[in-house]
Design a protein around this ligand. Structure first.
Ligand code: COA
Length: 287
């Protein structure tokens, strides 16, 4: 039997959002903000369903050329909601729990890793546990220098599950990953950048502007080629050199064949014939 505490596990039937996550469009950037500041943006079932609906919508919405995920208030995300995502789901039928967990994996890493448009995590504050999943799965990550990160699971008696452990060993050195998995110590945005968990850390006052600059840089590139390039980077990691060579050749041919901008030939013409730009220094004139 469901209690009031477990009722929120059910998916939202109509794929809407706004209660737990907001979306704001600004010149091609979709600012997606986890909006439970009083709960430090801990991931509850509401965020799970809303993020899936948002990703469904944004992948087909021309107002979104780059998706930025961030948090309202002083927190990026305090990880999974221990009450609503964990304790409340202990007593629901296993199939409902599995459906919720599957939906969470979908937005936090499966879909995030394969999202057709560039994704940036903008870490504005606390970043714990489950938040590492979408942090690592997003293409790029920028943090405030004073943001606080932590794999806190060991502190409250669980292992970093979901896909957290896999995510951190993927991007951090094995020694660093082991250290923070085993100690649960926190580290700052600046340290996260030094360890290459994120791309860069900037002063808090500049975080949004620097993230916007990065998004604009990405928007200046050929979007189809960008999609192919980031997809290729993710897949070659697990291929042998021989497989990667063949895959990249095929991917490259596919890109040339399908690119609506005909970027390869346009860029080559502008460099070799028109001498109007230098690919080492800038993007070709996309018209
Ligand atoms: N799950 C459920 N509730 C959470 C939460 C989480 N992950 N993180 C914060 N909250 C709730 C708190 O219980 C508190 O609720 P209350 O107002 O009813 O007491 C509220 O959000 C504010 O949190 P509080 O701890 O008072 O804020 P703070 O700014 O002092 O500390 C944190 C922020 C992030 C350091 C602290 O909330 C924390 O340790 N959260 C858990 C982080 C964690 O281990 N996440 C891993 C989950 S996989």
């Amino acid at each position: 039997m469901q209690t009031a505490e477990t009722a929120s596990v059910a998916p939202k039937p109509n794929g809407t959002w706004g209660e737990n996550v907001t979306v704001e469009f600004e010149d091609g950037i979709a600012w997606v903000t986890l909006n439970r500041p009083a709960r430090r943006n801990a991931i509850n079932p509401g965020i799970v369903w809303e993020m899936n609906a948002i990703m469904d919508a944004l992948e087909a919405d021309d107002r979104c050329k780059v998706m930025v995920v961030t948090g309202a208030g002083e927190s990026f995300s305090a990880g999974m909601d221990l009450k609503e995502y964990f304790r409340a789901t202990d007593s629901v039928p296993p199939i409902e729990r599995e459906r919720l967990f599957r939906a969470n994996a979908a937005w936090q890493w499966r879909r995030m890793m394969q999202f057709p448009k560039p994704t940036i995590s903008m870490v504005n504050g606390w970043c714990f546990g489950g938040a590492f999943q979408f942090l690592v799965a997003s293409d790029l990550a920028v943090a405030s220098e004073d943001a606080v990160f932590g794999l806190s699971e060991i502190n409250w008696g669980i292992i970093p599950a979901g896909i957290v452990t896999k995510a951190v060993v993927e991007v951090m050195s094995f020694r660093d990953a082991m250290y923070y998995i085993m100690t649960g110590e926190t580290f700052t945005g600046r340290e996260a950048a030094d360890m290459k968990l994120i791309n860069k850390a900037v002063p808090a006052a500049e975080l949004k502007d620097k993230t916007r600059d990065l998004a604009r840089t990405l928007m200046g590139k050929n979007p189809y080629v960008l999609r192919q390039a980031k997809t290729a980077a993710r897949f070659v990691k697990d291929l042998t050199w021989e497989q990667a060579g063949d895959y990249l050749m095929a991917k490259s041919d596919q890109t040339e064949f399908r690119d609506p901008e005909n970027g390869r030939n346009t860029g080559m013409k502008q460099f070799l014939d028109d001498k109007s730009f230098k690919p080492g220094l800038e993007t070709y004139d996309r018209g």
